[in-house]
Design a protein around this ligand. Structure first.
Ligand code: DC
Length: 226
């Protein structure tokens, strides 16, 4: 038996941080589904396989191995056995993961792996299509949102801390473009499931969002006598 929490929302809505903190408090397993699309994009970029090269992408996806593993309490991502945890978080892969994740064959291959990962235990899975496509029967569905300007603000601060040379306007444009691509693609777009609980984090602190999500999960668990 597993208890599944789906957290969907746009890039920069705070899903990753909220998922990590909630999982630590409730002792749930976390699954970062974006990391899987990022790994596929990294492989395509490395092998120079264009988004319209159907044959090339099919061959790539039929031979790819993407694993999420906790090593010494740190969540790691392995692409064909290689630790790519850091390499999938560059602006180049931000942009490309948005492009390659729109390709139906890539989603067709990754979605069943995610379903399998959710089969055992108490799981929080974060992404774009978890409540709509991957686990339409999830026990709890949350859609975490924030305004583009607030998302850009948060990302801009992070980028400066990492020593990157960017302007707020560039970050805002990137965020708008990525979230537009993710929302408008034909297959499994970023969308709130009808029965998802909507949380707008624009004017909330991370702790406030975490407390809300924990309350929602605990109420559901009580209801189900878990
Ligand atoms: O959550 P993230 O920013 O790491 O996701 C990277 C990209 O992957 C993003 O452009 C949207 C895509 N993605 C997706 O299409 N479906 C998911 N379940 C998770 C991410």
């Amino acid at each position: 038996m597993s208890f599944i929490v789906a957290i969907d929302g746009p890039a920069g809505s705070g899903k990753g941080t909220v998922t990590k903190l909630v999982a630590e408090k409730l002792n749930f397993i976390t699954i970062d589904t974006g990391a899987m699309y990022r790994s596929a994009a990294l492989e395509a970029v490395r092998k120079n396989i264009a988004p319209d090269d159907n044959e090339g992408l099919k061959k790539m996806m039929d031979n790819i191995s993407i694993e999420l593993k906790k090593v010494d309490n740190v969540q790691k991502v392995y692409l064909n056995g290689e630790d790519v945890t850091k390499e999938i978080r560059t602006p180049l892969i931000d942009e490309n993961s948005s492009k390659y994740s729109a390709i139906p064959y890539i989603r067709e291959k990754i979605t069943p792996i995610q379903r399998k990962m959710g089969e055992n235990g108490n799981v929080i899975m974060e992404g774009r299509d978890i409540g709509t496509v991957v686990f339409p029967d999830a026990d709890v569905k949350i859609f975490l949102d924030a305004s583009d300007e607030e998302i850009a603000n948060r990302r801009y601060k992070q980028d400066l801390e990492r020593g990157m040379n960017v302007t707020y306007e560039q970050v805002l444009e990137d965020i708008k473009l990525r979230n537009k691509n993710d929302s408008n693609r034909a297959v499994a777009p970023l969308k709130k499931a009808e029965d998802a609980i909507y949380i707008d984090s624009t004017n909330l602190t991370i702790d406030e969002v975490v407390d809300k999500v924990i309350e929602i999960i605990e109420n559901k668990m009580k209801e189900k006598n878990i």
